[in-house]
Design a protein around this ligand. Structure first.
Ligand SMILES: Nc1ncnc2c1ncn2[C@@H]1O[C@H](COP(=O)(O)OP(=O)(O)OP(=O)(O)O)[C@@H](O)[C@H]1O
Length: 262
């Protein structure tokens, strides 16, 4: 090893998700306009935006529910348009609306998904036990999902999104409708996924209290990124007292929807 190499600062974590020049319209209605950002391994990135900002549209494009017509999406180095479905292998998703089968047990729901991902029953059961253990849900394995409360259903969906060891996990308003203790424990768990397991998290929300000072932040407003960077830097740049005030300032009705992106 040369001295130069030994003294070099460590390389930044790999880019897990890159979005470049992404736009999308529903007919005449422009929902996303030239959106670009990068997310790195081990970082929790909050995608903060009011209702209608374009968060769900962005998720639909990244998960390929919609085809990307303008711009590019790269997941773990593979371009989504040219690689096709295989590029989605390192991706885990928790959608805004729950997608569990209420009449199946927790295990049946998770096994079904694992089989779709090509896992053997043996590997699936091992991974199911591991993820449910971390979420303190293993004792609910044989219960029908119908009998679980909203917070526990969300935990099962988070476990499901992790079964195949994804490098990037998207969560779209994952705490919607949950009580405060459930929200807090899910927010804490997802931060741990980034910190302890190196997963790149994209967490769409309009709730400021789910975002921590050390997180990365993208502020989406009327389909455009109006601010991005570390939470503390965004607050400092805004001159506001805290993120709540900074967000209100950035998205107030008369604020320009362009410029300001870092
Ligand atoms: N299927 C659709 N047809 C037409 N317009 C749509 C459709 N889906 C979304 N839109 C519009 O596109 C814009 C972005 O919507 P989107 O659902 O992506 O925002 P969002 O940030 O996820 O909002 P919310 O927090 O309410 O879920 C909005 O103006 C919305 O009305």
């Amino acid at each position: 090893m040369t001295t130069e190499t030994a003294n070099a600062s460590p390389a930044p974590p790999a880019v897990a998700l890159a979005v470049a020049g992404l736009s999308h319209a529903y007919g005449e209605r422009r929902a996303l306009d030239d959106v670009s950002f990068e997310m790195r391994a081990g970082r929790f990135t909050a995608l903060l935006g009011p209702n209608g900002a374009g968060k769900s549209t962005l998720f639909a494009l990244i998960t390929r529910l919609f085809d990307t017509r303008a711009g590019a999406i790269t997941i773990a180095g593979r371009d989504l348009s040219s690689t096709g479905a295989a590029a989605l292998a390192p991706l885990g998703v928790v959608f805004q609306q729950t997608t569990l089968d209420l009449d199946l047990t927790v295990r049946q729901n998770l096994r079904y998904f694992a089989r779709l991902r090509g896992m053997s029953i043996r590997d699936a059961d091992k991974r199911i036990d591991e993820e449910l253990d971390r979420l303190e849900m293993r004792e609910r394995l044989k219960e029908k999902v119908r009998n679980l409360n909203g917070g526990h259903r969300r935990r099962v969906e988070i476990a499901r999104a992790l079964l195949h060891d994804p490098r990037v996990v998207l969560l779209d308003e994952a705490t919607v409708g949950l009580d405060v203790p459930s929200r807090k424990s899910i927010v804490a768990h997802v931060h741990e996924l980034a910190r302890d397991r190196g997963i790149a998290i994209l967490w769409a929300t309009h709730l400021i209290d789910e975002i921590l000072p050390g997180d990365d932040l993208i502020v989406l407003h009327k389909g455009r990124i109006i601010e991005s960077g570390g939470v503390s830097d965004v607050v400092a740049r805004s001159g506001a007292a805290d993120l709540d005030a900074a967000f209100a300032q950035l998205t107030r009705k008369d604020a320009p929807a362009e410029g300001a992106a870092a």
